[in-house]
Design a protein around this ligand. Structure first.
Ligand code: TSB
Ligand code: ZN
Length: 655
């Protein structure tokens, strides 16, 4: 009889007899450990608590306190979902794709035939059946079978057959059995259905089989599962809140922007309210740049295709570019995917001297990228965007200094907007994918090292990612999360030794020679207006600070006839002071109008009646506050001006 030697994480080695199961190993250590052990792991592969350990090696018990256990729970919950569906008469012939755990839950891809698909109306019935199977506490066991057996077992399920046929010939095929239900499965499951107590189905959405739009559209049923009921509730609440923060929802409710098929996918239309926020951001960042030595320019969104051939975009970035326009006379025009070549033209317009360096060229530059239609999201991922772009041309020895000064400026901007929830990513090339990047190992090594050194010198935390660099050089990216939980790059600073070479850029150095090559830094401080505005909408949940708010003051006369003139006069004064105020003219109850101003998240609401008119005062309600206070108009103007004065151009009224 052969023995099984198990090496535990603490280095201890124990010997067990043939046929030993993880549950027996756990019990041999302690009963309480056995009670909370979810799965065993031998040499990195899962082995179910009630399955036999067939080899010696590194052994580990995953317990409910390990993060990994949640994945096992959710993976098991997806099987539970499938089993429940199969048991319901409506879904007995349902076919299954894949059913993995995901970040905050699980899903299963299903196909029940057109017109009869799973929908949220079915959820309570499905959940009830899932709970019934939990009560049955069916043991979950793993078994190895042959390919022929597998093909027979899943003959009714064409999607599973496809998966089986795709498995390499030498691959072992295992199934997981729980009562009347069988899954094609590699393991990582709880010991029995009784373990899956707290779960909820959350949504259902169409998903192409294997993510390919040429394949059948399946119904992806999503759910979440935790060890404790309270955690399920908290997760559901968190998702509700995220939905409320979604910039597409707030954008619609507050009339900020829209997208439509009629205009075109990924081509947002900015409505007056959204345009006001954007204009404020543009004014703010332009002022900041002017005071930091940037020179603003305007360059065409459309250029000769040759410009992008010289830059290398055509070779390395073509799949993100719109197709060239054939003008019929031998000329091809291209919508620019980036502004750098245009700014390089500005630099190259004249001979340059070291005295002009660092030369900082900036523009709110519109660019077009052919993003995949499935990736387009509201304002955060679009096909036409305006980047707060800047390119600095520096002497090589000044590169690090310039990098640090850009970073300092960027962090100041983040403070002004109160953005705190971000992390730095150093984005390197993928050394295996030479096609996507400029092919010069020395240049990459050197520039990536330089970037890292600069960050280390500044003592800033970061993480590193291969395959995220621009084709021309490594980047420092500022990563943030959207309401939906996706990570995105908001701001970026990029090192570039390549484009100066491709365009043969030169400057006259301190030695009087005109053969010096500058280095370039590309940077977007607030990034694109689109993505940044989306971020602000979600961060502020639509309740913008006064300086950004589309409408700053809503003036409500108690009676339009009696108090309308006074209201108009006040509106005029505020407008003259550069503030955005509106007089409410709707004929509705006062309570309703005040509530509406709150719903629209307007920073200040003024209520004006007899007493205000007689005493030349205003009664002020600040957004989110229950109390009002009455003050002279001058006092109110001082209050609001100091509220916005950090960034906007409001001046004190002279009147
Ligand atoms: C910084 N040439 C540089 C520039 O000089 C450049 O274009 N870099 S970029 O490709 O990284 O894009 C700059 C920023 O634009 C990104 O960091 C991101 O914040 C934003 N962005 C990129 N693609 C999109 C998109 N499809 N929709 C909205 N914003 C985008
Ligand atoms: Zn650039």
């Amino acid at each position: 009889m052969s023995e099984i030697n198990l090496t535990f994480p603490d280095g201890a080695v124990k010997t067990f007899g043939e046929g030993v199961k993880p549950i027996e190993v756990a019990v041999s250590i302690s009963k309480s450990l056995a009670k909370k052990s979810v799965s065993g792991k031998i040499n990195g592969s899962y082995v179910g608590m009630n399955d036999v350990i067939t080899e010696s090696g590194d052994f580990q018990l995953i317990t409910t306190s390990d993060d990994e256990a949640l994945q096992i729970l959710r993976h098991s919950a997806s099987h539970l979902l499938a089993q429940a569906l199969k048991r319901l008469p409506k879904f007995t012939n349902i076919q299954f794709g894949v059913g993995p755990f995901i970040e905050n839950g699980f899903y299963y891809d299903t196909d029940n035939g057109a017109g009869n698909q799973v929908s949220i109306e079915d959820f309570s019935e499905i959940e009830a059946m899932m709970h019934k199977i939990v009560k049955e506490d069916l043991p979950i066991l793993s078994q190895e079978i042959t390919r022929d057996e597998a093909l027979k077992l899943f003959a009714h399920d064409p999607y599973k057959i496809e998966l089986i046929n795709d498995l390499p010939a030498e691959e072992k095929i295992t199934i997981a059995i729980q009562g009347d239900h069988v899954e094609l499965d590699r393991g990582g499951l709880v010991p029995s259905t009784g373990w899956i107590k707290h779960f909820k189905l959350t949504s259902v959405a169409g998903a192409y089989w294997r993510g390919n739009s040429n394949n059948a559209m399946m119904q992806r049923v999503y759910g979440t599962a935790f060890w404790k009921a309270a955690d399920v509730d908290a997760e559901i609440a968190r998702r509700e809140e995220a939905k409320e923060r979604d910039h597409r929802v707030i954008g619609r409710d507050l009339d900020l922007f829209f997208t439509s098929q009629e205009v075109g996918s990924g081509l947002p239309v900015w409505l007056p309210n959204g345009a006001t926020i954007r204009r404020q951001v543009e004014r703010y960042i332009t002022d900041k740049e002017l005071s930091n030595g940037y020179q603003h320019v305007y360059t065409p969104v459309l250029s000769n295709l040759n410009l992008y051939k010289t830059s290398g975009h055509w070779d390395h970035y073509r799949e993100d570019m719109f197709p060239p326009m054939d003008m019929g006379d031998g000329e091809f025009l291209e919508l620019r995917p980036m502004n750098c070549p245009s700014h390089i033209m500005v630099f190259n317009h004249k001979p340059r001297s070291y005295r002009e360096l660092p030369m900082r060229i900036a523009e709110l530059g519109m660019m077009h990228r052919y993003e995949k239609s499935g990736a387009l999201t509201g304002l955060s991922r679009v096909r036409e965007m305006t980047l707060n772009d800047g390119h600095t041309f520096v002497e090589p020895e000044k590169l690090e200094e310039e990098f640090k000064s850009i970073l300092t400026m960027m962090m100041g901007v983040y403070r002004d907007f109160n953005i705190k929830d971000y992390r730095f990513r150093l984005s390197y090339r993928d050394p295996k994918n030479t096609e996507k990047y400029f092919d010069d190992d020395d240049m990459w090594e050197k520039s990536q090292q330089q970037l890292k050194t600069a960050m280390d010198d500044l003592g800033l935390d970061y993480f590193e990612a291969e395959g995220e660099a621009a084709f021309y050089g490594p980047k420092l990216d500022v990563q943030t999360k959207t309401a939906l939980g996706n990570e995105e790059t908001l701001s970026t600073i990029q090192l570039d030794f390549l484009l100066p070479e491709r365009f043969d850029l030169k400057y006259i150095g301190r030695d009087g020679l005109d053969n010096h090559r500058p280095v370039m830094l590309h940077r977007g401080i607030v990034g694109t207006m689109e993505r940044f505005t989306a971020y602000l909408i979600e961060m502020y949940k639509g309740a913008f600070p006064t300086w950004l708010s589309p409408l700053q003051v809503q003036i409500i006369p108690v009676n339009l006839g009696a108090h309308g003139d006074y209201a108009n006069a006040i509106q005029q004064k505020l407008q003259n002071a550069g503030l955005r105020a509106n007089v409410e003219t709707k004929d509705a109850k006062m309570g309703y109008l005040i509530r509406e101003a709150q719903t629209n998240k307007i920073p200040y609401t003024l209520v004006l009646g007899d007493s205000e008119v007689d005493n030349d005062t205003v009664t002020v309600r600040k957004y989110g506050e229950a109390n009002t206070s009455t003050m002279s108009f001058d006092q109110f103007q001082k209050l609001i001006v100091s509220d916005v004065s950090n960034y906007s151009r409001v001046t004190e009224a002279t009147e």
